[in-house]
Design a protein around this ligand. Structure first.
Ligand code: TXA
Ligand code: MG
Length: 373
């Protein structure tokens, strides 16, 4: 199939199978997943971060299909997923000591590392780069699938490009039904946002994407790290080293604004903004409010959706599901609290601000840090 013709392709039958923590896979279904990967087809599978859209990581054609199914620009490279450390040797030119240490500490787990690529990794996978991203996920259903596939599996998040990453199989269905061969339903994921990416090709490790493994956790293992300067630039004037980070990912359909300041100031500013919108003719049900459980009852106007409790650190886990919920509710505007007090604040705020196209509103005199919002 020529991927340029994708738009004219007839929808295919997407097979739906289940992996469960108690029962695992039905053996014949896992064998079918392997056959699909062998043939260059696509299988969406659960990982501990978000669902991935998997294809044979050593085949150009599989890479083309992944880009076509997601509607993703092909300069945005894919992560190769492996189940055994020894696979790393085949797909990289050099394994630095820092990588061995990080793998010992965090693999399997939500950490992706960037290496110089071996010749067997096609440029279609790496978006033309000489480097390759590799991750060994921790989810037992993912590991069993990767073991069966027996090749490195290229897998971006299993969403249509520009939509929030999927944290449940239903989200994958919404975006990719009829465009891919199989969806493995492993229930709701545990973490809910994508892996931390660390580039190990230079002298000092560089964090390209914040995630569940924090910078501090990485530094405890390998010493000094650098944050990609693009992560710290609010104006978006610095090009990120991970090509995918330049896109307005994780985007809900509505316009979104994130309010930052003391808890009381944020609640009143959001209430005032909602009232102003109603005054301008926006219907109350067209206004979405993203709030933590603790403050949800303090909003007067609009559809409040909560992303769980700040105390349980739920926000990262449910954020993408909540953004999709706002799409279903057809809201036109989303007014969101900010979530600085999470231990994974960098990762969560990075996703939230991307969803909002970096629209951050500073309110009151608080600096928003450490005051409960
Ligand atoms: O948690 C995750 O990492 C999930 C699950 C499925 O494993 N995958 C995921 O893939 O988030 P994706 O394709 O949505 O994001 C991959 C990111 C992009 O920002 C891409 O630019 C970056 O990794 N990346 C991939 N290869 C790279 C490379 N060689 N150099 C720099 N950045 C790279
Ligand atoms: Mg993605």
């Amino acid at each position: 199939m020529d991927f340029m013709d994708e738009g004219r392709q007839k929808a295919m039958d997407t097979k739906y199978i289940i992996w469960s923590p108690d029962g695992g896979y039905e053996p014949s279904e896992l064998a079918e997943a392997k056959r699909i990967i062998d043939k260059g087809g696509l299988v969406a599978f659960p990982t501990e971060t978000v669902y991935g859209l998997g294809g044979n990581g050593l085949q150009k054609e599989a890479a083309r299909r992944i880009y076509a199914a997601k509607g993703r620009p092909s300069d945005n490279p894919l992560i190769l997923h492996i189940s055994q450390f020894c696979q790393l040797k085949e797909i990289t030119r050099r394994i630095p000591d820092t990588a061995v240490k990080l793998a010992e500490a965090f693999w399997p787990g939500p950490l992706t590392m960037i290496f110089e690529k071996a010749d067997c990794v096609p440029y279609e996978i790496t978006g033309g780069l000489e480097t390759v991203a590799v991750r060994m996920p921790e989810h037992p259903g993912a590991l069993e699938f990767l073991e069966a596939a027996a090749v490195p599996v290229a897998a971006p998040s299993a969403n249509t490009s520009g939509r929030p990453s999927p944290t449940r199989a239903e989200h994958v269905r919404e975006d990719l039904e009829g465009k891919i061969d199989m969806i493995i339903d492993g229930g709701e994921v545990g973490i809910g946002f994508e892996s931390t990416i660390v580039d190990l090709t230079g002298e000092i490790p560089v964090i390209l994407r914040p995630g569940y493994i924090t910078r501090q956790m990485v530094e405890e293992v390998v010493g000094e790290t650098i944050m990609d300067p693009a992560l710290l630039s609010v104006e978006g004037d610095v090009a990120p080293k991970a090509p995918g980070m330049k896109y307005r990912h994780y985007a809900p359909k509505a316009q979104m604004k994130v309010f930052c300041g003391s808890q009381t100031a944020v609640v009143s500013a959001i209430n005032e903004a909602a009232e102003r919108l109603v005054h301008e003719g926006v219907l109350p049900e067209e206004i979405g409010i993203l709030a933590a459980e603790e403050t949800a009852a303090r909003y007067d106007v609009g559809q409040v959706v909560t992303s769980g409790s700040r105390k349980r650190d739920d926000v990262g886990r449910f954020l993408y599901g909540v953004l999709r919920r706002f799409d279903e509710l057809h809201v036109k505007v989303i007014l969101s609290e900010s979530f600085y007090d999470s231990t994974r604040e960098e990762a969560v705020m990075n996703r939230l601000l991307k969803a909002a196209g970096q629209q951050l509103v500073q309110v009151g005199d608080g600096d928003g840090v450490g005051d409960g919002l």
